[in-house]
Design a protein around this ligand. Sequence first.
Ligand code: ZN
Length: 266
Amino acid sequence: MSKIFIGVGHGGGDPGAVGNGLKEKDVNLSIALHLRDELKRHGVTVGISRTADEDDPTSEEVKECNAFAPDYAVDIHTNAGGGNGFEVYHTLSGGKGKTLAQNIEAEVAGIGQKSRGLKTRANSAGKDYFGFIRQTKCPAVILECAFIDSADAQKINTEEKRKAFAVAYAKGILKTLGISYAAAAQDDTVQAVKRRYDLAEETMAYLCAYSYADALLERLAAVHVSGKGASAEELVRTRFQFAEETMNYLKAYTYGTELLDRLATS
Ligand SMILES: [Zn+2]
């Protein structure tokens, strides 16, 4: 199982760069959460340094990352200082970190963001300048999606646009891991299941969060249920041929009884 660690730059009392009504800490978190979801959707085990607006210094990120021991780590940032375009930093020694940087850069170009190129930066001792690259034990890169303090900010000022960066990052990471990117084709299935059983968004989110969500949704989409006499639970179990684990997951839902009723009677 592949493991990726996502560092989410800044947070809490440290807003990072600001400009055009945006704070870097918020932009970074938005991209990072979408990236986490995309990677998890592909079966990657993800560690993330924060999932809310809270203090999260680089030293903590490095500690968490090394404890998590991922295959690769990415640190999500947003640039400032006037300019435009994407930048990615990798280690001075190149190797796997540079390959990851190249793969991500290629995907970012694919969403129309100009690249300022792959970068390295040395400190006075000739070592990698950035702690996230120098102190993490795995290959690590720092991703700077765009400039927050120039017109470039228009590329990151909506959730949709930030998600586009996250998808590009995910594609580059997955390519590096040797995992092929699956377009969110599952969305069609999700919508079909939602309509067929008339389920709420919240219920769909619960189903999609299941470890074997793809298989679960495929079955719900493909099988037509009809039957009388048995309990809703029995009907669902036999008609969909769900494993015990899946039944337990469905029953554990806050509105599990209603969910099973709908699956049984639709
Ligand atoms: Zn930053």
